[in-house]
Design a protein around this ligand. Structure first.
Ligand code: AP5
Ligand code: MG
Length: 187
């Protein structure tokens, strides 16, 4: 299986590039953010819990996220691989992912770190907020999300360097150009 972690700050292009990867490599996509937004839309108990955190730009507790991830992963039949988008976001999530995959005879193939300057992230997300109205795409919440990324999520770069899986991707440029670099990194 081709198991990819697509990594980067809010607005770095994880969702955009995941769509292209899914199309080219025929693998499944898990976006934990999309899973949570669907739960909110359906007004489930999980959705109600998640909304409180997302609106504040904070992370949902690890224990909850890890259970969700495993159940989505196990719902795929005869999968060629999975792209993990927005997960892991903390060291405990990365460790849990490793254990979960190992229990299923699997491993992460590569971690792609989409590197984009903060000014550009802010510009992209403000624009998306105006166009599509994602509730957490407002300046105040974006700032909080960036702080959470820098403190809780960014240390995962070192984690995956230690695992020998880390690939840096220049995330500034055209979507096609970035996708070409991603394909090279996947090999
Ligand atoms: P999540 O949904 O994962 O949001 P995020 O990490 O903040 O990232 P985004 O989805 O905003 O950005 P993206 O990197 O996917 O970029 P995109 O391709 O959309 O998480 C939301 C919340 O859910 C979290 O804050 C947290 O509360 C909770 N959550 C989720 N997972 C969790 C977990 N594992 N643990 C705990 N809590 C969790 O691109 C952004 C915009 O830029 C788009 O408009 C796009 O068109 C544009 N764009 C893309 N590429 C380019 C380019 N090359 N040039 C110009 N514009 C571009
Ligand atoms: Mg996304």
């Amino acid at each position: 299986m081709l198991n990819i972690v697509i990594f980067g700050a809010p607005g770095s292009g994880k969702g955009t590039q995941s769509e292209r990867i899914v199309e080219k490599y025929g693998i499944n996509h898990i976006s934990t953010g999309d899973v949570l937004r669907a739960e909110i839309k359906n007004n489930t108990e999980l959705g109600k819990t998640a909304k409180g955190y997302i609106d504040q730009g904070q992370l949902i507790p690890d224990s909850l996220m890890i259970d969700i991830l495993a159940s989505v992963f196990d719902s795929f039949q005869d999968s060629k691989g999975v792209i993990f988008d927005g997960f892991p976001r903390t060291i405990p999530q990365a460790e849990a992912l490793k254990v979960m995959l190992k229990e299923r005879g699997q491993d992460i193939s590569v971690m792609l770190d989409l590197d984009v300057p903060e000014e550009e992230l802010m510009t992209r997300l403000i624009k998306r907020g105006q166009e599509s109205g994602r509730a957490d795409d407002n300046e105040e919440t974006i700032k909080k999300r960036l702080v959470v990324y820098n403190t809780q999520t960014s240390p995962l770069k070192e984690f995956y360097k230690g695992e020998g899986k880390y690939k840096h991707i220049q995330g500034l440029g055209t979507m096609d150009g970035i996708f070409a670099d991603i394909c090279k990194a996947i090999g």
